[in-house]
Design a protein around this ligand. Sequence first.
Ligand SMILES: CSC[C@H]1O[C@H](OP(=O)(O)O)[C@H](O)[C@@H]1O
Ligand SMILES: Nc1ncnc2[nH]cnc12
Length: 291
Amino acid sequence: MASWHIGVIGGSGLAEGIGLEDAQEIAVSSPFGEPSGPVTIGRIGKVRFTFLARHGAGHRLSPSAINYRANIDVMKRCGVTDLVALSAIGSLREELAPGQFVAVDQLIDRTSGRAHSFFGQGLVAHVSLADPVCPRLSALVAEAARKAGGTVHDKGCYIAIEGPQFSTRAESQMYRTWGADVIGMTAMPEARLSREAELPYALLGMVTDYDCWREAEKGVEAAEVFAVMKANAARARDAVKRLAKALPETREPSPIDTALDHAIVTAPAARDRKLVAMLGAVAGRVLGENA
Ligand SMILES: CSC[C@H]1O[C@H](OP(=O)(O)O)[C@H](O)[C@@H]1O
Ligand SMILES: Nc1ncnc2[nH]cnc12
């Protein structure tokens, strides 16, 4: 019987964890380098959970310095089946108000210079990213946030910027015309890498501000983000607890579990052995014993 093991990546204002039972902190190493920190493994009721603070203890990693590959690789090494990202987001729409939640369903990537694939020279793979978020997991997370008392929007397009500076007003206005609804600095390449690792990914964003597109208002400041997150963190943790309770007893397979089935295009004989060996956790299912 397939069971759930939910990974949770906690963003700004959520480094303290999600209150797991039988919690154990473990340092897991990755061939992709240093993850953001040790993971906390535990459970909520019968469901296994692994938690990782995205910016590390004390928020010491900027969005550009996070080793997204190591973080996702470590989640796979821990046996995570599905990944929930919790993030602070700015709103680019009047109707998405601070304090509310958005279950993000689409992404635009404006980041640059981040390692955004597990694959590369000697092992080329092209996964589909048309629907970067897992609809099943996202619906469960949205419902859990609603049960926790949140106002939840079931969809929204997240634009990921490089940061660490917030956007200019011209950029913020432009992103609105592109169809972006919310803004942040971390969901990419996190979502890309999750798909390459065959991990269904959902992103529960907590709106902390209106960025800077509203002309009459001054732009967002970091202190504002943390103040709203402080007020909302308990609700986010409650949403995770309610998610655990709402999960069906058995985890039916997701199409994302086999995302690599037709993605790897490099012929077996032409594959870089070193890279294949590094991909044991991420792609061992398809690469076989050599990984
Ligand atoms: C602290 S303001 C900007 C910071 O907050 C968001 O972090 P996360 O996505 O990890 O919650 C945003 O992406 C920036 O990293
Ligand atoms: N306005 C904003 N821009 C980028 N990242 C954010 N995280 C929270 N609010 C944000």
